[in-house]
Structure formats: structure tokens, C-alpha cells
Design a protein around this ligand. Structure first.
Ligand SMILES: O=C(O)CCC(=O)C(=O)O
Length: 307
């Protein structure tokens, strides 16, 4: 199959920031070729360097997609040592919040969330979630199809090696996509996915992944990358929706309604009154919320007019 290639923007393109924001708004992944070429990590993070800085750190290794092994804990040095063994393709060092354990490494990568105007950075630092992750994978390791957590968008900066990332749109229930190997022969034409595209990333490339877009990655060589997740105007509603999905209120109302129908008439009236009151209060809370948001709109307009 001729995979559709993810669009690109070059590091010296005029208005590159606006181009990326527009792509995120349209839910289109975009790759910044060479955006990270001058990052110290691209030039420094050899095996020897990683071993000297974080070799002793314990990390959780995940099973590479499809490998029949369990997650396990190992040191970074132990993981790097697997490179030349048959176990290299079984394990993948993913989602490592390395910043708190190895703050010196932070100086070697750019936190692009700042450049992208991350709204999370407007929270007090104690309330900011740690959404900066390192991935180290041996040749052939891969992850499952997923969308990024908390309704966030992401930048993914490859600092060593080559990584292939594939994107698709779910058909029907998206949870079935979690079982699909995006790099196996069954991906193409599979009934649960359509609109496939891909990009092959080299060291120095940065991929921007919009909120809610399904994707998976496969390491073509030993690959080291850093991902940062962020929230901005284009995905604040998705970020909120993420939390609302965990809210059980609507399920409770539906469950109560089903049960009310089975109650004797004498009890039914009181239960319906109770339900009606709760639903009205919820609806007016939503109205309050809308009014609250409108205040922000007015303040934004006032600031705009003051320019
Ligand atoms: O590199 C990987 O395996 C996964 C990266 C990814 O999907 C992400 O950062 O959201």
C-alpha cells in the first residue's frame, strides 16, 4: 500500500508556529523536519552517556506490542544491554517521567510545550501534571494504537535513531483499535480503521500529534525520543471532556429512570420528583458554567479592544 505521508513543515519556514497550530485545530498530524537538530540531546545521548547519567535508574519496561511477556522493572543500563539479545524486541521502555529523576537531562531537550503556548503551564507549578516522557526502544519494538491521555495534544522529538508512526481514523468502536497491530499485514484494509497515514522520523525531527488522533509507533532502529503533552485553545474542550467521561451522573440518572418504571405508583411519584429536581439542578449548573465562560469571553474582548 502507498501510505499517505504526514505533511511536513521545515525548521526555517516563515510562520511555522501558526502552521502547527492550524494543523492541530484541523486534527492533522504534522512533522517539523529538523526542528530539533540543534538540541544537545541529539548530539550527546549515546549509550555511554545515558549509562553514566541514568544507568542506575529503575524503570518499568512494557511488553512491546504483541510480545507475550509481563511488564517488569529493570535499570536503564540493563535495558540498553538487551540490544544484542533475542529479548530486545520483547521489551520497550515507555512513558518514563525522567524529569524528576534526572533533571540534568532536561537541559538537553527543548520543552516545546512553552513554544506551543501550553495552558497547563498557567497552573501553579504544584498543580501541573508531569507530562514529559522518555521512550527508549530497541529495533522492532512497538506500541499499541492509542490517543494521548487527558485529551492532550503532543510533540514527539526523536533524539536518536528512526521511528515510524502511523495514524488512522476508527470505524465504529474505537476500543477495537487497541488490539490492532498498526504495523502488521492486517492493518491495511482492516474493518475497524480507515484513513491511514504515516511518517518516518529521524533524529532531529519533531512530530506534532493532535488531541484525539489515533496513532502507534514502531522503532526501526534503537530509538530514543521525548514526548511532551499539552493543552491549548484547540483541545481545551477535549481535555474537559476527558474528565467528564469519568463522571457517573448521567449513568446514575439513566439507571434510576429504568428502576422508577418498576416502582408501585405510590413510590413512583416521590422518585420522579427527586429525579426531576436533580436533573433541573444539573441543567442550571450548566447554565451557570456557560455564564462563567461568557465572563472570560468578555474579558478577552476587553483586552483585545485595549490593544
Ligand atoms: O514512541 C512511541 O512508542 C509512542 C509515542 C507516542 O505515541 C506518543 O508520544 O504519544
Amino acid at each position: 500500500m502507498n501510505w499517505i505521508q504526514v505533511p511536513e513543515v521545515s525548521a526555517d519556514a516563515v510562520g511555522r508556529k501558526a502552521t502547527i497550530s492550524e494543523a492541530m485545530r484541523r486534527r492533522t498530524p504534522i512533522v517539523g523536519r529538523g526542528f530539533g537538530d540543534s538540541l544537545p540531546a541529539v548530539h550527546k545521548w549515546s549509550d555511554a552517556f545515558l549509562r553514566s547519567q541514568v544507568g542506575h535508574r529503575e524503570v518499568e519496561l512494557s511488553p512491546s506490542f504483541g510480545a507475550s511477556v509481563r511488564p517488569r522493572v529493570a535499570t536503564v543500563a540493563d535495558y540498553l544491554r538487551l540490544a544484542s539479545t533475542p529479548q530486545a524486541t520483547d521489551w520497550y521502555l515507555t512513558d518514563w517521567n525522567f524529569g524528576s529523576e534526572a533533571p540534568s537531562l532536561l537541559e538537553d531537550v527543548a520543552d516545546l510545550s512553552h513554544e506551543l503556548g501550553d495552558w497547563l503551564k498557567a497552573l501553579d507549578s504544584a498543580r501541573q501534571p508531569d507530562l514529559l516522557w522518555m521512550y527508549i526502544g530497541h529495533e522492532g519494538t512497538k506500541g499499541p494504537m492509542h490517543v494521548d491521555n487527558l485529551g492532550t495534544s503532543a510533540w514527539l522529538s526523536v533524539v536518536r535513531g528512526t521511528k515510524l508512526v502511523r495514524f488512522c481514523t476508527p470505524v465504529g468502536l474505537s476500543r477495537r483499535l487497541r488490539e490492532l497491530d498498526a504495523f502488521g499485514p492486517e492493518a491495511e484494509g482492516h474493518e475497524s480503521a480507515t484513513g491511514w497515514s504515516e511518517v518516518c522520523l529521524q533524529a532531529g525531527d519533531v512530530l506534532f500529534i493532535p488531541s484525539g488522533v489515533w496513532h502507534a509507533a514502531c522503532n526501526r532502529t534503537l530509538c530514543v525520543s521525548v514526548t511532551g503533552n499539552y493543552v491549548a485553545g484547540h483541545n481545551i474542550a477535549a481535555h474537559r471532556a476527558h474528565y467528564l467521561r469519568g463522571y457517573r451522573g448521567f449513568q446514575m440518572i439513566e439507571g434510576k429512570l429504568i428502576r422508577v418504571a418498576e416502582l408501585p405508583d405510590t413510590e413512583r411519584v416521590a422518585s420522579l420528583d427527586d429525579l426531576a429536581e436533580g436533573v433541573e439542578l444539573l441543567a442550571s449548573a450548566l447554565d451557570d458554567e456557560r455564564a462563567f465562560l461568557r465572563q472570560f469571553s468578555r474579558r478577552i474582548e476587553a483586552l483585545r479592544n485595549g490593544l
